[in-house]
Design a binder for this molecule. Structure first.
Ligand code: F6R
Length: 607
């Protein structure tokens, strides 16, 4: 995580750096800082906590200069504090870093042997100190930075700024993404192109191991081996405006409310009007030629994959494995050349998912990704990238990206079913019609906001909450629990309802709310039996179901949340709305920071 920026400009750098950092704050908000060169002198300002604290500091203690670097931090080594905040400075050099220098202990020990002292608890300080040491030995700033980079193991995106050098930034990437922006007599560097969107749409992406020397008018890129590299300048399309909250109190509320629109857009892009066939870009993906699907992701995206497993198995009769990326990447799973490897990621930058993708390169038949950011590393490294069209998601807790991921994955499963001949034309048409009706039922689910808020009021008093679901609702139970814990800080677990009696039922007493996700489907009666077992032990049930389900099973429950009827396959997408709103209203009732919950970052670019 962490976001880095740099600018060699023709205007004051500080406001430009702060604006760019705002667009990177989703990567972490433990501290922020900038450094500039003014009249040849390198100086910095740093503040703990969110970017607004740095902005306040700069009002009282401004920093002049037209070249600079900046950083927003998600703490890995060393607590959030001013001394640990980037940029780290050692003599004539300041450094910002995204990633982890894994050999920093060895490097520290070597520096200590040379009598060098340390003032921070970070791994990054070693980068600044090593560069200073090499400069003291007589190397130029660029030589010293390159020699330092050669010593580093781990993952990094780095930008270096030097005392006395108003027209020089050195940048490097390995494992963490880095984009260079080309302006008119200006040059920029950023963790992603979104950070640079107000400045330029002409972007060069550094590749693994690349190091770059930037001036206002030149960009020289060298590979890890030191050879000159020619990297293309891409004209990219990005939303230049910073998305606002509209009439909503939080980005998360806005993003939940946007779901009918963005899901409609996702559906329109893969299910063209007038047909029942799912059409993919560059359509040469034939599921009939594949034996197996391996899906890999993290967090909410992982729960989207778990849901999709049911769809691929039931609709396309296709064997599916789903894995958490951080486990998959080190387990050395065998991948046959008749396997489709599918990676799901909102940001497209999640370090473990990207590493899992790279593991599958040269093994799987094809690498496909389902992403929200089409310019992301995961999208760029896939054979086929399928955008989910959710639009910029700012709330750290993923909402609209989840329902868009689910919609795209369901359409992919329908494409697999069509290729493999496992659904009839009528069944495919039935699913297509249901998908086109999804935005309408999502709106009806959003209309239940007030009743969900009332149930959430009750949840906000709880210490622990269980979510139960069966079949397609089981992954959603886990997603509902994840949403609740990450933004309300209430401990929550999602369980397959049939698994309850194998242990977790011991937790049930009159203090334990249990949210039961149960549309009136083929497994409804079984889920209701498990719900009865909870109520027999005084557990307090919030039943989320449709009219028929509530009519059949509402006796004795604590409260109900009523959903519209929907095609069975689409229920996990629809029932995401109450899961998200329950978490949202509980967090609001508890007064937590809904959009930027503690300890989290939206883009997880470290392992
Ligand atoms: C939870 C959440 C995370 C992400 C996970 C993967 O609300 O947002 O669990 O889903 O960090 O991120 P991406 O999808 O960007 O790979």
């Amino acid at each position: 995580m962490c976001g880095i920026v740099g600018v060699l400009g023709s205007h004051e750098a500080a406001p430009i750096l702060v604006e760019a950092l705002k667009r990177l704050e989703y990567r972490g908000y433990d501290s922020a800082g900038i450094a500039t060169v003014n009249d040849g002198a390198l100086a910095r300002r740093r503040a703990v906590g969110k970017l607004v604290n740095l902005s306040d500091l700069l009002v009282h203690d401004p920093l002049r200069g037209k070249s600079g670097i900046g950083h927003t931090r998600w703490a890995t080594h060393g607590a959030p504090s001013v001394k640990n905040a980037h940029p780290h400075k050692a003599g004539p050099v300041a450094v910002v870093h995204n990633g982890i220098v894994e050999n920093y202990r060895e490097l520290r020990a070597e520096l200590a042997d040379h009598g060098v002292g340390f003032v921070t608890d970070t791994d990054t300080e070693t980068v600044a100190l090593l560069t200073e040491q090499y400069m003291n030995e007589g190397l130029s700033p660029v030589e010293a930075a390159f020699k330092t980079i050669d010593q580093l193991q781990g993952a990094f995106a780095l930008a270096f700024l030097f005392d006395g050098q108003d027209d020089l930034i050195v940048a490097a990437r390995k494992g963490s993404p880095l984009a260079i922006g080309h302006g008119d007599g200006e040059m920029y560097v950023g963790s992603d192109a979104i950070a640079l969107a107000p400045l330029t749409d002409r972007i060069t992406y550094l590749e693994e191991g690349d190091r770059a020397v930037l001036t206002r008018t030149t960009l020289e890129i060298r590979t890890e081996a030191g050879e000159l590299a020619n990297r293309e300048i891409r004209q990219i399309q990005l939303d230049r405006t910073r998305v606002d909250k509209g009439n909503h109190k939080h980005y998360m509320a806005k993003e939940i409310a946007e779901q009918p629109i963005v899901v409609a857009e996702a559906i329109r892009s893969y299910l063209p009007t007038g047909g029942d066939q799912v059409v993919l870009p560059g359509d040469d993906l034939d599921f009939a030629k594949l034996d197996r699907l391996t899906m890999v992701a993290c967090g909410t995206a992982f729960y989207a994959c778990l849901t999709a497993k049911y769809w691929f198995e039931q609709l396309a009769k296709m064997p599916v494995e789903v894995d958490i990326a951080s486990e998959f990447r080190y387990r050395e799973p065998p991948i046959s050349d008749r396997t489709l490897a599918l990676f799901v990621s909102q940001s497209g930058e999640t370090a473990d998912t990207l590493a899992a993708l790279r593991y599958c390169e040269g093994k799987a038949d094809k690498i496909v990704s389902v992403v929200n950011v089409p310019e992301s590393s995961i999208a760029r490294e896939s054979d086929l990238a399928l955008p989910i069209h959710a639009g910029v998601e700012i709330g750290v807790a993923s909402t609209k990206a989840f329902t868009c991921q689910l919609s795209v994955l369901l359409m992919l499963a329908l494409k697999a079913a069509a290729d493999r001949g496992t659904l009839t034309d009528e069944e495919l048409a039935d699913h297509a019609a249901a998908l086109r009706g999804l935005p309408t039922v999502l709106n009806a689910a959003l209309d239940q906001n007030e009743s969900i808020r009332q149930s959430a009021q009750r949840l906000s008093e709880a210490r622990d909450v269980l979510f139960l679901g069966r079949g397609l609702m089981y992954p959603l139970a886990m997603e509902g629990a994840l949403k609740l814990k990450e933004i309300s800080y209430i401990h929550a677990e999602g369980y397959a309802s049939g698994e309850l009696k194998h242990g977790p039922i011991a937790l049930i007493d009159k203090h334990m709310p249990v949210v039961v996700m149960a549309p009136r489907d083929a497994v409804f009666d079984k889920t209701v039996s498990n719900m009865q077992e909870v109520m027999a032990r005084k557990g307090k049930v919030i039943l989320v179901s449709d009219d028929d389900g509530i009519a059949d099973a509402e006796d004795g429950v604590w409260s109900t949340i009523r959903m519209p009827h929907v095609h069975t396959s689409l229920a996990p997408i629809l029932y995401s709305v109450p899961a998200q709103l329950l978490a949202y209203h509980t967090a609001v009732a508890k007064g937590t920071d809904v959009d930027q919950p503690r300890n989290l970052a939206k883009s997880v670019t470290v392992e």
